[in-house]
Each structure stands twice: as structure tokens, then as C-alpha cells.
Design a protein around this ligand. Sequence first.
Ligand SMILES: C[S@@+](CC[C@H](N)C(=O)[O-])C[C@H]1O[C@@H](n2cnc3c(N)ncnc32)[C@H](O)[C@@H]1O
Length: 194
Amino acid sequence: MAQYFDNVSLPSEIKKISVNILSARLELSTDNGVFSKDKLDFGTRLLLENLPLEEVRGKVLDVGCGYGPIGLYLASTTDCSIDMCDVNRRALHLAKMNAKENHLSVSIFESDCYQKIVDLYNIIITNPPIRAGKKVVYQILMGAKEHMTSNGILFCVIHKDQGAKSTISDLEKLYNVTILKKNKGFFVIKCINR
Ligand SMILES: C[S@@+](CC[C@H](N)C(=O)[O-])C[C@H]1O[C@@H](n2cnc3c(N)ncnc32)[C@H](O)[C@@H]1O
């Protein structure tokens, strides 16, 4: 099955969308073959609208950044240092264009999960790639622990049909977990390192 991150054969058809998240506004280019190309994903919106921004500090990593809504929103609303990574080259190209278009200073690079990650982060944030399968999702969620500071926080969003309940039990084995919001089957989850 073709997936949104397996897009080499899809013709490019860049379009622009305006995204309002609380009081922030981003002008974002999207394209065929990237996640949620027509509008901001509902889960991503729920994650960002329920994020305690006062807890978002220091070095932040957006894993699976797509065309960039999470990292660019945080770059526009915080003074954090933001790194963003993905495996989808088309998404990475868009995220770089979008950073420039919105005059935001971030670092965007290719990395399969944490393969290219060397730094430790205060905050890791993700709307994980469910379609990549549980192994990759778990590498991102459980693997975050190895790439965060001792008091680091992982923020993520998962849908109940994508195994949210069992994922939360597994997260609880590694982190102190709080559910920040539930809406339409989506769970916005905060995981504090311990
Ligand atoms: C659910 S989408 C979220 C995209 C974006 N953050 C958003 O909220 O619109 C998940 C992203 O993870 C990326 N991805 C898939 N497998 C990955 C991997 N092994 N490592 C890093 N990113 C991956 C996909 O290309 C996709 O852009």
C-alpha cells in the first residue's frame, strides 16, 4: 500500500493553506504525498491547542515534522530552539520552505526516528506516523526517553482506534503520564521522564 511518506512517484502539486492555531497564524505550503495536505490534521490541532506552552522550554525536537505545523507553531509562540526531522524528503523540503515563508528560525533535517539525533532535548513532541506501523511509533514514543533531559517531557497525540489505550499503558512503564485532553477519540498525552 502506498503511504504518504512513500511519495517518489507522485507528481508535485504545491498548494498553500492558512493555518490559525489559537492566536498564531501560519502560511503553509503542502503537496501530494505528505500527511494531511489539505488542512491541519485534527489530532495535530488538538495537540497544539492543549499544549501547556509555559512548560515548553529550551531545546525542542519535533519528530515526524511533515510540512512543519508543530515545530513552526512552537517557533512562532516560544523562544525555544527548535529541531524538526522526518524521513519524507518532500515534507522536509516543504517544512524548510514554510520556515522561510513564515520568517522562523528552526533546524530541519532528515532522520529516521532518532537515527541522526545527537543532542538531548527538554521537549520532544510528535503526532506519530501511525501508518508506518507500531514498531516505528514505539521507536519514536519509547525511544524519546534516550534523547531527552532527565526532566524532559514528551508530548504526543494518539487516536483510540490506533491503540491509544495500550500505548498509554506502555508509556506509563517509562514516564509519568497525564492525559491533557480527550476529544473525538484522540488523546493528547504528556509524558514526564523519570
Ligand atoms: C502523522 S504525520 C505528522 C506530520 C506533522 N507533524 C503534522 O502534524 O502534520 C507523521 C510524520 O512522520 C513521518 N515519519 C514516518 N516514518 C518516520 C520515521 N521512521 N522517522 C521520522 N519520521 C517519520 C511521516 O513522513 C509524517 O510526516
